[in-house]
Design a protein around this ligand. Structure first.
Ligand code: DGL
Length: 262
């Protein structure tokens, strides 16, 4: 089973971490499209073009059997087109964990942090309509422009990042939000800051484990035996913070640079 995983940068590695502990005996290729990050502040057409280029590259270069779009923003912009063009490919996307958040909250007050593109996308609205309508749930949606850049620059604990997060989270804390959906795969990298700012007990929802499980289910249906070690290579289309890669995945996976995709 050859699996291609991509995101605009480091965020998708939070999903890769879950995949590496679930999927055995596979070959995993990761592309961090740092040349074009952040996706969340680009148009749908641009995000779709990057997603198509990366998928084509994975298929031509690595003959992948499965694609994981480890990015809420790219899933929103591209997953339908990808499924139409590549019906034979296993395709797993990433969506904000609204459903698990609703199952978890006690106060009925749920925060959603995501990129501007994810929150304005049709897919997000469909998700909310499907899971929230008719329930006593107050959703506090917050776009976080600039947060992905901070994380890409390695500023996961920087005072500047804390200030940005405070401006978005203070109202949620005051409203007694007890569950926050991390609707961007980069945001688990600032979990500590979010917990510090919210002060009270809080559940953070991210979907890496659910994605890994879904991938394993679909791979098994295609005859994958899930035994042995998984090989893993990381490629970046531009600069990348190696220390965050090492923190998440360990030092043993070097990052190669590719500039030939787009
Ligand atoms: N990590 C991505 C997501 O899940 C995209 C972040 C970005 O590039 O804006 O939405």
């Amino acid at each position: 089973m050859k699996v291609g995983v991509f995101d605009s940068g480091l965020g998708g590695l939070t999903v890769v971490k879950s995949i590496l502990s679930t999927l055995k005996g596979a070959e995993l290729f990761y592309i961090a499209d740092t040349k074009h990050a952040p996706y969340g502040e680009k148009s749908k057409a641009q995000i779709l073009a990057y997603s198509l280029d990366i998928t084509r590259y994975f298929i031509e270069k690595h003959q992948i059997d499965a694609l994981v779009v480890a990015c809420n923003t790219a899933t929103s912009a591209a997953i339908e087109t990808l499924r139409e063009i590549y019906p034979e490919l296993i395709i797993v996307g990433t969506e904000p964990g609204i459903k698990p958040a609703i199952e978890t909250t006690r106060s009925g007050r749920v925060g959603v942090l995501a990129t501007p593109a994810t929150l304005r996308g049709e897919k997000y609205q469909q998700l909310v309509d499907a899971h929230v309508d008719g329930k006593e749930i107050a959703l506090y949606e917050q776009a976080c422009p600039g947060l992905v850049e901070q994380i890409e620059q390695g500023k996961t604990e920087h005072p500047e990042t804390e200030m940005m997060l405070r401006s978005w989270l203070d109202p949620m804390r005051e409203q007694k939000v007890d569950t926050i959906v991390l609707g961007c795969t980069h945001y688990p990298l600032v979990s500590n800051l979010i917990e510090k700012i919210m002060e009270h007990r809080l559940t953070l929802i991210h979907t890496g484990d659910a994605i890994a499980k879904r991938l394993l289910t679909l791979a098994s249906k295609k005859g994958h035996h899930n035994q042995g070690t998984t090989q893993f290579d990381i490629y970046a289309t531009g600069p990348i913070d190696q220390s965050i890669v090492a923190n998440l995945i360990g030092n043993s996976v070097p990052v190669s640079t590719i500039s030939t995709i787009i």
